[in-house]
Design a binder for this molecule. Structure first.
Ligand code: NAI
Length: 270
């Protein structure tokens, strides 16, 4: 018997972008654990994608890996086509792929600005738009009774906390915040739920300079009232829950999973 029967997401199919490492890998595994078939998208790191796939198949869920750049419309179309080809209807998109390239504002080239916006904001838009079109084409009823699809953006606490030296990154995440809300408003009547998860500091390759070095970690922990750095699984579990029927009445919301980073902890000392 298929081990994924009766789980919260059994019979459903998910796409996770940038799932060859870090949060994307943990989210893909959590969705597999919840019973979903998973498409693991990767950009450069095929070995990482294969590792994610092996860990999902070990659980007993089905998984494919698909190479593609989320900033390119043709690649995004291919990711969705391959997933439909493998599993049929698609139910969940997690827009996780993202990059960070730091530079003081006055030194930032147009290319350095554009590269981050292209991946983080355009990539999220393209994947979310394709997901919405796919959900609607799979369900032709005008006002369905039940949820027909779920879109989750992996944003950042920097969609509300300004971040000097990284204006490209924080602008991309701030853009995602209102992209998510506007999409949620537009798609709710068609029973598509759209939400964001905004992580604080989570131990992944994107920020290893901040947690591998003990002195840097000490500085970082001062910004986290809950006094620990996050683990990728902290985000994976929330994503699986948010995609499930348990969260059916949630749309247009951002869930901050940040150990209290957005509580402005330095004010506690005043
Ligand atoms: P990561 O560097 O391990 O993951 C980023 C993933 O995106 C990689 O697998 C990379 O190959 C993929 N990627 C990059 N460009 C791509 C493209 N053009 N097309 C497809 N995939 C592409 O870092 P992490 O931390 O797992 O980042 C995942 C998401 O979480 C990002 O959107 C990041 O901004 C966000 N985030 C991470 C935080 C953290 O503390 N780790 C905090 C807040 C947000």
């Amino acid at each position: 018997m298929n081990k994924t029967n009766q789980l919260p997401l059994s019979g459903q199919t998910s796409i996770v972008t940038g799932a060859s490492s870090g949060l994307g890998q943990a989210i893909a595994i959590s969705l597999g654990k919840a019973g979903s078939n998973v498409c693991v998208n990767f950009h450069g790191n095929e070995d990482g994608a294969k590792e994610t796939q092996a860990r999902i198949e070990e659980i007993g869920a089905k998984c494919i890996i698909v190479k593609g750049d989320v900033g390119k419309p043709k690649d995004v179309a291919k990711i969705f086509e391959k997933t439909t080809g493998a599993f049929g209807d698609i139910h969940i998109l997690v827009n996780n792929a993202g990059i960070q390239e730091d530079k003081p504002l006055v030194d930032m080239s147009y290319e350095e600005w554009d590269k981050v916006i292209q991946t983080n904001l355009y990539g999220s838009f393209l994947s979310a738009q394709t997901a919405a079109k796919t959900f609607l084409s799979q369900n032709t009823e005008k006002s369905p009774d039940k949820c027909i699809g779920k879109i989750i953006f992996i944003s950042s606490v920097h969609d509300i906390i300004p971040w000097g030296g990284r204006v490209n990154y924080s602008a991309s995440k701030g853009g995602i915040k209102n992209l998510m809300k506007s999409m949620a408003q537009e798609l709710a009547p068609q029973k598509i739920r759209v939400n964001s998860i905004s992580p604080g500091a989570i131990k992944t390759p994107i920020n290893e300079d901040q947690w591998k070095d003990e002195a840097n970690l000490k500085v970082l922990l001062k910004k986290i009232p809950y006094a620990r750095i996050g683990e990728p699984e902290d985000i994976g579990k929330v994503a699986a829950w948010l995609a499930s029927e348990e969260a059916d009445y949630i749309t247009g919301t951002t869930i901050y999973v940040d150990g209290g980073m957005t509580l402005y902890p330095s004010f506690a000392e005043d």
